[in-house]
Design a protein around this ligand. Structure first.
Ligand SMILES: [Ca+2]
Length: 350
């Protein structure tokens, strides 16, 4: 397996968008446990974590995943938790008989995904977010309700998308969109977020299915120097903070265990998207967006320059981050060509 490991790992650099007092006394911003970034995890690491934790972890995931996977539905069968998703299951086994299994042949079996009409690909569902009232332009937009999954990404890859032109000022260096090493490979892997993709992969995927990598409200990239904590500028941040009103997707107070972060009984691994029922926005107008905090950090269309070594913003923290890193306003980033086992992305609309 040929994959690049980014040599620098994540850079430290979480500036908070809110005063420390809002975090409460328990959250020391500068301590190691609350660092907004960490040493890059490798796929080898995550693999071993899963292997050892497999039994019970998988159980937890699947359990909650019942919700996600529609698994319960398609499944009707314990076996589907793994196979059905890959969906060979659908047709081969139980498929014919159980029927609903048959239709899952596309692998589009999750509660948070659907078959896109124009491409026929399985993609993440979206919700509409109202833009700033004072914005004169087309401020309303939609955002994926989950991170892009391995299954969704692979489906797009199977269409053999063309690599960027060598003259592309940002991504001309990128010759392949393939994830550069496997992410989670256990049960329900198809519904885990795609990881080990660089910014250009993320950008191309969203564009390829007629969406765009989440960026500025009204269109284009978020100016790197401006937008990491402005709900009137960043699509991602606006959704995560419910219009600038919350520090975390679910509220202002950190809740251990709500999202897949590195705290108390942490999975230390990705989980199926949307499988943590409390890791969700709920304010009217911003509701039902999952995993904006944790699971995987998400690329944003916000880079400080052209080329593969530009810094591009990462959002929301991952299973590797603690309190501070899991807040909506954490300012983290990596090189445009960086790949990591805890970095993925989601798409937005204009
Ligand atoms: Ca996330």
């Amino acid at each position: 397996m040929n994959f690049r490991m980014h040599h620098n790992g994540f850079r430290i650099g979480c500036r908070l968008a809110f005063s420390n007092s809002l975090l409460g006394a328990g959250f020391a911003v500068a301590t190691a446990v609350s660092a907004c970034s960490g040493t890059k995890t490798t796929t080898t690491d995550t693999g071993s974590v899963f292997a050892t934790g497999g039994g019970s972890l998988a159980g937890g995931v699947t359990g909650a995943g019942g919700a996600v996977g529609t698994g319960g539905v398609t499944g009707t069968n314990g076996t589907l938790s793994v196979g059905g998703l890959t969906s060979t299951g659908g047709t081969t086994n139980v498929g014919g008989a159980t029927s609903s299994g048959g239709s899952s042949g596309s692998g589009c079996t999750g509660s948070y995904e659907l078959i896109q009409g124009n491409t026929g690909l399985c993609v993440a569902k979206m919700v509409s977010i109202a833009g700033p009232a004072d914005d004169a332009g087309p401020a309303d937009y939609s955002i994926d309700v989950t991170e892009v999954t391995q299954g969704q990404y692979d489906a797009w890859l199977s269409t053999d998308p063309e690599a960027p032109a060598s003259t592309d000022r940002n991504c001309g260096w990128n010759k392949s969109y393939a994830s550069q090493s496997p992410g989670y490979m256990g049960a329900d892997a198809e519904h885990h977020p795609v990881v080990n993709v660089d910014w250009c992969d993320a950008y191309a995927y969203c564009e390829g299915i007629g969406k765009r990598l989440c960026g500025a409200i009204g269109g284009g990239a978020v100016a790197y120097s401006l937008g990491f904590a402005d709900a009137g500028i960043s699509q991602w941040y606006r959704a995560c903070t419910s219009g600038g009103t919350h520090i975390f997707p679910y509220g202002d107070t950190f809740q251990m265990g709500y999202c897949n972060g590195n705290a108390g009984g942490a999975l230390q691994q990705t989980t199926a998207v949307g499988s943590l029922g409390q890791c969700i926005t709920s304010v009217a107008g911003y509701a039902d967006v999952h995993d904006l905090s944790g699971n995987v950090s998400e690329w944003e269309d916000s880079c400080n320059s052209a080329g593969q070594l530009a810094f591009c913003r990462l959002r929301g923290g991952s299973y590797y981050n603690d309190v501070e890193g899991l807040s909506c306003g954490c300012d983290n980033y990596d090189d445009r060509n960086g790949v990591s086992a805890n970095v993925g992305f989601r798409c937005c609309s204009l």
